[in-house]
Design a protein. Structure first.
Length: 300
């Protein structure tokens, strides 16, 4: 399949293909071991290099991405403990996509995963075969790769990311059977991998995913041609988040949106009418009461 930008429009054009070996991602991997005691640090460089190759040199879908279409993303591993071949810490995942006809890139994901434990022996190959999990390290990375792809494709086509979210859900199901692997089980944490993929695939997530498409395709991507129309489409879609909160008050998707989009949304409101600003401040304050001070910028 191919995902392309074509002159005269901005949409997904699908073509069956089997020849492209270019990864869909342009990922930067960083390992921060400042909290860890020890003198042998080469293992971190080795792991960083291995993970970069693992993510960037593998084809993760049947879609064809041009070099300028690759998804810019980063994975930052912050280690807190290392004992022999056992590593413990957290991982921060960020991903961005360009906005049509502009030099601006918008954040798709800015997610902090605090349950990241894994085993790694220096120079061991990092491998992944579909529906086979060899390690918590590769399983976690592949889960977030599919989540990033799902969010990216959802931003171009209504529910276009479904195949990738299904892949991520399958990884969660397989990982739950592994003793000692953290971050995969329900109720362990309301913002872990299980919570994230469940929110994206359950029926209550449909309203968020439609708004996600409207926000990007009908909102941001329209702004180069007509800024007022694009902004209006985003603002009129906001009640979708209120609907989601009514159905799932603790949905992780509300936090996902806030972490990725709230500052951007505040900037979008800077050109809105006075009435739109007042209504937007009220709605967003109800959605994110802890961010009221931050949201004050909307009223200016």
């Amino acid at each position: 399949m191919s995902r392309k930008w074509l002159s005269g429009g901005f949409f997904i054009f699908w073509i069956l293909t089997a020849y492209s070996q270019n990864s869909e991602l342009n990922a930067r991997i960083t390992i921060n071991a400042d909290r860890v005691q020890g003198t042998y640090t080469q293992v971190y460089n080795t792991l960083q290099t291995a993970l970069t190759s693992f993510v960037n040199n593998k084809k993760w879908s049947n879609a064809t991405f041009g070099m300028n279409e690759k998804i810019e993303c980063s994975f930052t591993i912050i280690l807190s403990e290392v004992n022999d071949h056992t590593f413990k810490g957290e991982i921060q995942i960020q991903a961005r996509r360009p906005v049509f006809n502009s030099t601006y890139t918008t954040t798709l994901l800015n997610f902090r995963d605090t349950q990241f434990d894994f085993e790694y022996t220096e120079f061991e190959p990092l491998e992944y075969t579909e529906n086979v999990l060899n390690s918590n390290l590769t399983a976690t990375f592949v889960f977030y790769i599919y989540t990033i792809l799902g969010l990216d494709f959802d931003s171009f086509s209504p529910k276009g990311g479904s195949p990738f979210f299904q892949q991520a859900q399958q990884i969660v199901s397989l990982a739950q059977a592994q003793m000692g692997w953290t971050g995969w089980r329900a109720f362990d944490n309301d913002r872990n991998r299980h919570a994230l993929v469940t929110a994206l695939t359950e029926n209550n997530g449909d309203v968020f995913r439609q708004f996600w498409y409207d926000y990007h395709r009908k909102g941001l991507d329209e702004m180069a041609a007509n800024a007022d129309r694009g902004r209006t489409n985003i603002i009129t879609g906001l009640p979708a988040l209120t609907k989601l909160k009514s159905a799932r008050p603790t949905s992780v998707l509300l936090q996902v949106f806030s972490d990725a989009k709230l500052d951007e949304l505040i900037a979008i409101y800077s050109k809105a009418t006075t009435q739109e600003k007042q209504e937007g401040f009220k709605e967003l304050s109800n959605l994110y009461p802890a961010s009221t001070t931050r949201l004050d910028a909307i009223k200016r």
